[in-house]
Design a protein around this ligand. Structure first.
Ligand code: NAP
Length: 324
């Protein structure tokens, strides 16, 4: 069987440029974490009705947020991009309300950094993530976008099966994609197979866990897998990263990844693709997902260095990667 390269929709881009942002209004802003944690992640819904963003944001794209105020140099803050966490038809079914998944960036203040930014109690607080996380219903927010044209669902959703792999807030687009594939108001649920793999430090850090557990119990074709890195597993083994889960359960994931219908989406921490590429290449599952450069071909993937992988392994037609 030949592999099916997904045909992607034409995505509108930059309808609201940084020079001419639109004003959205916050509808809700609540925690989307499973439990109490050292992190704070929210699901933020914003009404964009009447603006060029209405009905024009596809799941997998991002929108920009312009935080108010100035940086220590007196310049306005740069735009920050946030992944859209809702289906293309929005939270409301009409594309009027879009959403995202901001995580408060909090770190210890480092006076040696060039522009350490605002601090409180010796802590550095990321400008835009903390701004977004403290917004309340009714608050106005300046938005730009949409941006991105490749990390999208195929036009013919039933022609493909899906493997979504996330770490942390990289889950944002997969919330929207899973909803779009399974709860579309016009098309109903797809019969395609969907595997969602989510990596988090602790169980309490899982995001949208109720939604995914609910989808898995309702739809036989939706499979939800978690890799918890810092907790001992029930069998006494150490926690694991997402690529270790793929490796350990290769009997399950191998046939799915071998299937030419499958499209692989990877979103989250920069570097998470490294272990996945190694594991997939080790099991000879790279066909259609990524090309291995001349210098690495014929060598054992276990020996590949991250820098060699960055230079020598390139995602191809059935692999979409968004990592920061
Ligand atoms: P996090 O909660 O800190 O980490 C998630 C999990 O990934 C943890 O279990 C972590 O393990 C594990 N991990 C760390 N290094 C890894 C590696 N090399 N391979 C596999 N797993 C690894 O994540 P977060 O703070 O939410 O960060 C999410 C990242 O996604 C951010 O960098 C954000 O910018 C990015 N993001 C990107 C997009 C996009 O591209 N559109 C959208 C949303 C988010 P340990 O911590 O235990 O080591």
């Amino acid at each position: 069987m030949t592999a099916d390269i997904p045909v992607l929709p034409d995505a509108a881009k930059n309808l609201a440029p940084v020079k001419d942002p639109v004003i959205g209004r916050v509808v809700s802003n609540n925690s989307c974490m499973k439990g109490k944690s050292a992190s704070f992640v929210r699901h933020t819904e914003i009404d964009v009705s009447g603006t060029p963003l209405e009905g024009n944001c596809l799941v997998g794209q991002s929108f920009g947020v312009l935080a108010p105020g100035k940086d220590p140099k007196g310049k306005t803050h740069k735009v920050r991009l946030y992944s859209i966490a809702c289906p293309s038809y929005g939270e409301d079914g009409e594309g009027k309300i879009i959403s995202t998944t901001p995580k408060r960036f909090i770190d210890e203040f480092n006076a040696e950094e060039k522009s350490p930014g605002p601090t409180e109690n010796g802590l550095f607080l990321g400008v835009c993530s903390n701004y977004l996380c403290k917004l309340e219903p009714g608050d106005k927010v300046k938005l730009t976008g949409p941006s991105g044209k490749r990390f999208l669902l195929p036009v013919d959703r039933d022609k493909h099966d899906y493997v979504f792999i996330a770490t942390g807030t990289g889950i944002a687009p997969f919330r929207g994609m899973a909803m779009e594939l399974l709860s579309h108001p016009d098309h109903g649920p797809t019969t395609s197979q969907i595997h969602l793999l989510m990596g988090a430090p602790y169980t309490s850090d899982l995001l949208y866990d109720d939604l995914f557990t609910g989808l898995a119990s309702k739809h036989d074709n939706f499979h939800y897998h978690t890799a918890i890195s810092r907790e001992t597993r029930p069998d006494g083994s150490r926690g694991c990263y997402i690529h270790q889960l793929v490796d350990e359960q290769i009997a399950q994931f191998g046939p799915i990844l071998e299937n030419p219908r499958t499209v692989l989406y990877i979103c989250g921490l920069a570097g998470m693709q490294i272990g996945l590429y190694q594991s997939m290449a080790h099991h000879k599952l790279n066909n259609g997902y990524f090309k291995i450069g001349e210098k690495l071909s014929g060598t054992d993937p276990i020996d590949w260095e991250p820098s060699q992988i960055r230079r020598g392994v390139k995602a191809t037609g059935r692999c979409m990667v968004e990592v920061y």
